[in-house]
Design a protein around this ligand. Sequence first.
Ligand code: GLA
Length: 414
Amino acid sequence: MRVSASLSLAVLALTSFTAVSQTPAASKAQLATPQVSQVAQTPPMGWNSWNYFAGRVDDKGIRAAADQVVATGMKDAGYVYVNIDDTWEGERDANGVLHTNAKFPDMKALADYVHSKGLKIGIYSSPGSKTCGGYAGSLGHEEQDARMYAEWGIDYLKYDLCSFIGDVLEKQAPNDKAAQMRLMIAAYDKMNKALKATGRPIVFSFCQYGWDAVWEWGPSVGANLWRTTGDVTPEWDRIYAIVSQQAGLEAYAGPGHWNDPDMLEVGNGKLTLAENRTHFTMWAMLAAPLLAGNDLPNMKPEIKAILTNRDVIAIDQDSLGKQGARIYSDGEVEVWTRPLAGGAVAIAVVDAGDSRYSTHPFHLNLHKLGLTGKQTGKDLWTGKTVELTDNMPLELASHDVLLVRVDKPKGHVQ
Ligand code: GLA
């Protein structure tokens, strides 16, 4: 049985549509000037411990993840970072030096191990006194912690707002949201400067759930990526809600600074194969960081096939660095496009519902995408050549996606 979106080419209707140009609102928005960044020139790819292991992460698990990133071919497909999320932290000593807890006996040795595999290593902290998991944060120790990360050989820091809300924002500026936001921005800038002062290239990942339109100011205080929403969960409704919340943010992403709709849940929970495929497709369309978060030593072949689909990864990692945009929707079916280097375009059609059948299928309006006439492309989930024609009926399985790359589009792509 075919598992990918079923593309019906049987009926080629001749109806023509008036071209409707829908310029995304954000393209008119003011952009912060990003700092020059040598890291994250394409969206970071790797694996992070949180989504599957949460507090069960330890030294052994990180080594196993690094081994598996190599053994599964994920490294060859572009996955580089092995990121330790929350729960590695121990106590600070009399000199303020933060020690690891018993799960991580020697962070430098662990970093050396990950590096020996040709991979990079990431870590996690908070600008507050505690992390979200209640472990020690960096408040008042930013420079010291940044220096320690650099000494260990850390390549990536996820910095999670968490207790900074109660520790600082609500204490120092009660009932003044604007003052709270200024304090938050200053806290991120403080760690930005501390990281820069180490001289080590470290990807700086903001995790403050999109507060205060972080996409407008994050790059100016060193963000290489910034979460745009609250946490992802391995559930279709949550994943689809997050996708919807990215529409309009495309103007803010580019090499060195990316919108982060949160880490991947591919292979987690009870997501169907179609849902996993759509999740991965849309993260690629969104130029999102691809940080797998599944149980790598027990990864099923069909999940590995999704995570290592080179054609889809190439969309995510496209050198033009332009994030895709939602061009139109028709009920529960959405059409997104992403401009690619060399004038190519990726087109994703997502069926977020479960009620469109051949009796009243969705019809693809190429005019709305700025395309004129028949388009020849590659279906990136079947690997087959496909032809797209205006008003063609598309029958997609529930929560499934059609992803087509057109290298030589005809028309003026949106
Ligand atoms: C927050 C973040 C998650 C994860 C946890 C760890 O919820 O958004 O991604 O880092 O904290 O405690």
